[in-house]
Design a protein around this ligand. Structure first.
Ligand SMILES: Cc1cc2nc3c(=O)[nH]c(=O)nc-3n(C[C@H](O)[C@H](O)[C@H](O)COP(=O)(O)O)c2cc1C
Length: 157
C-alpha cells in the first residue's frame, strides 16, 4: 500500500504529528510538506492523510488551495484521514473536519475520525500526550485501512 502523509506547518508541530503518523503507518509511508508536492504527486497513493494547523478557524491557505484543486472523483479508491493542530483555549474552528469533508467530496473513503492535536501556544510545543495520541490515531487508521472490503472500513463523522 502506498501511503502519503501531507502536511502544512508554520512552526513544526504539525510536521511532528505528520512524521509520527507516517512512522506508525509503515516503511513505505512518507510525510511530505504540501509545499513540496509536485504535479502528479498523488498518483498511485492508496492511503492519504492530510494535516494542517488551524489558521483563523480554517485550514491554512496552502492546505485550502490543495483541497480546492482536487477534482471531483480524483480521490476515488483512495482511503483517507485528516487532522489539525490547534491551540488550547482558542475558539478552534475545526480544520480537520473541513479537510476530511473535502477529501470525501473528492471521492476518498474516510477511514478515521478527524482528529485535532493540541499545542500549548501558537508556536507549540505539542501538549503532553499528543505524540502518543498521534501514534494511536495512526494505528486506528492502519487497522481501518486493512478492514473488510476493497475500500476498508467506512467512518463518517
Ligand atoms: C495566523 C494564525 C492563526 C491562527 N488561528 C487559530 C485558530 O483559529 N484556532 C486555533 O485553535 N489555533 C489557531 N492558531 C494557532 C495554530 O493552530 C498553531 O500555531 C499551530 O497549531 C501550530 O502548528 P505548526 O507548528 O505546525 O504551525 C493560529 C496561528 C496563526 C499563526
Amino acid at each position: 500500500m502506498s501511503t502519503l502523509v501531507l502536511f502544512d506547518s508554520n512552526f513544526g508541530n504539525t510536521r511532528k504529528i505528520a512524521e509520527t503518523v507516517a512512522a506508525e503507518l509503515g516503511n513505505d509511508a512518507t510525510a511530505t510538506p504540501l509545499a513540496g508536492l509536485g504535479q502528479g504527486g498523488l498518483e498511485g497513493v492508496d492511503l492519504l492523510v492530510v494535516g494542517s494547523p488551524i489558521n483563523a478557524w480554517k485550514p491554512t491557505p496552502r492546505t485550502q488551495e490543495f483541497l480546492d484543486g482536487l477534482g471531483e472523483g480524483s480521490l476515488r479508491g483512495v482511503r483517507a484521514a485528516a487532522f489539525d493542530t490547534r491551540v488550547r483555549l482558542f475558539i478552534h474552528g475545526d480544520a480537520a473536519a473541513k479537510i476530511s469533508h473535502a477529501l470525501e467530496k473528492a471521492g476518498a473513503r474516510i477511514v478515521a475520525r478527524p482528529r485535532g492535536f493540541i499545542v500549548e501556544g501558537r508556536e507549540g510545543p505539542l501538549a503532553a500526550g499528543e505524540v502518543e495520541g498521534a501514534t494511536a490515531w495512526a494505528r486506528s487508521i492502519a487497522v481501518a485501512a486493512q478492514g473488510s472490503g476493497p475500500s476498508g472500513t467506512d467512518v463518517t463523522d
